[in-house]
Design a protein around this ligand. Structure first.
Ligand SMILES: [Zn+2]
Length: 275
């Protein structure tokens, strides 16, 4: 079913009964295959009984080329009133009116880190859903560190949103089952498909992102090859960038350390373990 006036690569299914309108989003970053694979595998056979479900392939041109983006990071373009003419800014302008119709969004991503673990990005109003998805780490605070993402757009409208980061972009097959399970749990949570949600097996760690640090010089180095969410010893230097030394505060961890990033790009993020 492809109603009129929907941009290519947006599909919609409606259930027999009234209910929530939700969106499954994959491929906002075109090289993050796991979400695209999961959505392709499930969409045709999904039997939506209640509500309305959109399947959105975020950046079709980037998906076709298996690249993160064509001109701009699409996940910084979901800004109300954005007027840019790049491919991604235009795509965000197409997709925001669809998101406006949705009560909730599940956005499927993967990370560029090699040493990583699946984790969730969300905010407090979406925490019951986040917990039901049963991931080892639930993180908050990203929207203040990096605006313009799909989830941030939804929070700004008082809506529910969860982003799942499904392992490394290099190994989508390892996390395909988790991606599919995330889609099914999300749809069951809103009653869109039949089936109950199993009780979570994991006790997640909670991390609040406190800051994003930009690369200043070509002399950026880390004291070790940190994994995402690795705890940093309090008071110790963990990175140097030219003359700047970075020391960890109490209960802090590092996410996305990127020694090879271009100057002005994001060198790393710092999070704080919360309970
Ligand atoms: Zn991504």
């Amino acid at each position: 079913m492809q109603p009129e006036n929907l941009p290519v690569s947006v599909s919609i299914k409606k259930g027999t009964y009234a209910g929530s309108t939700v969106a499954l989003v994959a491929g906002v970053h075109g090289d993050e295959r796991v979400g695209v694979m999961a959505l392709q595998a499930l969409w045709q056979t999904l039997d939506i009984t209640k509500g309305t479900v959109y399947a959105i392939y975020g950046n079709p041109d980037a998906i076709a080329k298996n690249v993160r983006f064509i001109e701009k990071n699409l996940n910084r373009c979901f800004v109300p009133g954005i007027t840019g003419t790049s491919l991604e800014e235009q795509r965000a302008q197409e997709l925001m009116p669809i998101l406006d119709q949705c009560d909730a969004v599940l956005d499927l991503h993967a990370t560029n880190s090699v040493k990583t673990t699946p984790f969730i990005i969300t905010e407090q109003p979406s925490m019951v859903l986040a917990r039901a998805l049963d991931f080892p780490i639930i993180s908050t605070g990203w929207n203040d560190a990096e605006g313009g993402a799909v989830d941030g757009y939804m929070y700004g409208r008082g809506k529910i949103a969860v982003t799942t980061e499904l392992g490394s972009v290099k190994t989508p097959e390892l996390y395909l089952d988790l991606a599919k399970q995330s889609i099914l749990t999300f749809l069951r949570f809103f009653g869109c498909i039949a089936g109950s949600i199993p009780a979570p097996k994991q006790t997640p760690k909670y991390v609040h992102i406190t800051r994003a640090v930009l690369k200043q010089t070509n002399g950026l180095s880390f004291t070790k090859d940190f994994a995402d969410f690795e705890a940093l010893p309090e008071g110790e230097v963990f990175a140097k960038d030219g003359d700047t030394e970075y020391r960890a505060g109490k209960g802090e961890c590092i996410i996305f350390p990127r020694p090879q990033k271009e100057i002005g790009g994001e060198a790393f993020l710092i999070g704080k373990f919360t309970s």
